[in-house]
Design a protein around this ligand. Sequence first.
Ligand code: MRU
Length: 353
Amino acid sequence: MSVPVAARWVGEATGHLDILDQTKLPARLEWLECRDVATVVEAINSLRVRGAPAIGIAGAYGLVIAAGEALRGQFSPDKARAHVLARGEDLASARPTAVNLRWAVERALAKLSLVAADTPAADLAALLLAEARAIHEEDQRLCAAIGRHGAAILPAGNILTHCNTGALATGGIGTALGVITTAWDAGSRFEVFADETRPLFQGARLTAWELVERGIPVTVLCDAAAGHLLATGRIAACIVGADRITANGDTANKIGTYSLAVLAAAHGVPFYVAAPSSTFDLSLASGADIPIEQRGAAEVLAPLGVPAAPAGAKAFNPAFDVTPARLIRAIITEHGAIDPVTPARIAAVLARH
Ligand code: MRU
């Protein structure tokens, strides 16, 4: 079986968005039919759809649904536009750390400024659908390019990854996991080690599932076992994705990424980040400026719904951490690898296109 897409638009501008409910994976493959913006916002916030590029794509399609709501409500052009803008803010702020979400919503909304103020809701919906589709298809191409560039520089040997950065997290083959699958498809042979990625187990539930579906050998480990694994010398490289990369190369990614980067440095194992240009936020000077999402206590105290701590215990549950640029060997983008990771190199590679 191949890995399904994270989200798909069904029909024309008055259609709906199907989201593959990732909270149910790998046990069940269920699609969530989104016909109103509130359902899309909830799906993003509760990680039914997740991964930086994928939530951007879902957010862009969410705007088409907002225009559809205005159409069904027979809103005047003024009111329809105001409705889309307001729902756009709900979508863009559904999760704070991955910049791709706001980037995609704002990119699609920018199209509205190109048409007359009296454009009816039906035409707004068509315009927004065209842009959402463009963002979706573009991400597919970017992932393929990241895969090619990354596979060309990935050292031979086993790979350790964290969280899920594959087809489920993007509009294409993925970023870090796309590099891994591209290298495998090109004939490289290795074992993938996947951190389980507590507290939501994206590594165990999603990355391992994607790799098993593709027939690539995968071994799941507790996040806490990464140091021991690296000390055994069995890992040639670590590769992860990103939710936001600042002008100096500091990278926000799933909680536990920073610990992994420190461990990789301690054992002399190269640590790579793979991400499209839409993940860069050059308006921020360093990782200290990145908003870090804090999530509910239940995710930590009752993992997968099973109580694991006594009533009365509190939880510390940041969803992301920041890896300083100095720990990153290279950032692999659709334009090639940024190596070394310096502000000048980042600006040069991103400006090239
Ligand atoms: O909370 P999640 O599951 O959305 O976090 C996802 C990650 O941290 C990924 O590594 C990142 O978004 C890159 S996905 C290509």
